[in-house]
Design a protein around this ligand. Structure first.
Ligand code: PGA
Length: 259
């Protein structure tokens, strides 16, 4: 079972709490030896905490992810963080096009596509987020919304399926305690895989697709069992040590439990 778990800490945790949590996670994965080449965990702290969290994670194999990056290389872009500087801080991934960025910072899919190209140029794996709103769902526009948003958000050129990750995060599920049905998630996983295949001629199953939105220790096992789900993007539960550790154990401990 291959899986990628991404802990999206958003703008939560003080510096002290973030470094304590990172240190506890380091100790946990070091003693449980659960991470492998195919079982990866990444944490996405706020950009200003990247250096301290990196320090706390040394020797653990836990990866770092940015929560956003600029589409521009460098220059007069006050308040922005470049993909290059995330790389310098040791990041492997960058979350792009999260619905909170689309909502509060008016990020468009075209910008997300440009950002993903900046990330790829700097050897970061973009985690491209897409997802429908409650209104899309009510009006039966889920397929249209996902198809359009994903096509526009993907980079224009891509040679290697393993160099991107796509995260399906229904907006209405984020932080709400509600999740789509197993069947709904399965259908969207299939749709996303087909779109990626059509755009880049990848084989089905080659691109890692995450599910995100109200992931908890209670629902993560069932979600990970859904065909096409290659891992989880975890928000609220990822800032609570006990919950995150439970999810890591469910995902990585016994392959048998997931088959
Ligand atoms: P949530 O957040 O797990 O708190 O719903 C997920 C996300 O926004 O990435």
């Amino acid at each position: 079972m291959k899986a990628l778990l991404v802990a999206n800490w958003k703008m939560n945790l003080s510096l002290a709490k973030a470094t304590i949590l990172a240190g506890a996670l380091r100790d946990f994965v070091n003693s449980s030896r659960m991470l492998t080449k195919d079982k990866k965990l990444a944490v996405a702290p706020s950009a200003v905490m990247m250096g301290d969290v990196r320090q706390a994670l040394i020797g653990s194999g836990i990866r770092l992810a940015g929560q956003n990056c600029s589409a521009n290389e460098a220059g007069a872009y006050t308040g922005e963080v470049s993909a290059e500087s995330l790389l310098e801080y040791g990041c492997d991934y960058v979350i792009l096009g999260h619905s909170e960025r689309r909502k509060y910072h008016m990020e468009t899919s075209e910008e997300v596509s440009k950002k993903s190209e900046a990330a790829l140029k700097n050897k970061l794996t973009p985690i491209i987020c897409i997802g429908e709103s409650a209104e899309d769902r009510k009006n039966g526009f889920v397929i249209e919304r996902i198809t359009k948003e994903l096509n526009l958000s993907l980079p224009n050129v891509l040679y290697d399926a393993t160099s991107i990750v796509i995260a399906y995060e229904p907006i209405w599920a984020i932080g709400s305690g509600r999740v789509p049905s197993i069947e709904e998630i399965r259908e969207i996983m299939e749709l996303i895989a087909h779109i990626a295949r059509r755009k880049f001629s990848f084989r089905l199953g080659e691109v890692t697709i995450l599910y995100g939105g109200s992931v908890t220790p209670e629902n993560s096992r069932d979600i990970l069992k859904i065909p096409g789900v290659g891992g989880l993007l975890i928000g609220g539960a990822s800032i609570i040590y006990e919950q995150l550790v439970q999810i890591i154990e469910l995902a990585f401990k016994e392959d048998a439990a997931l088959t």
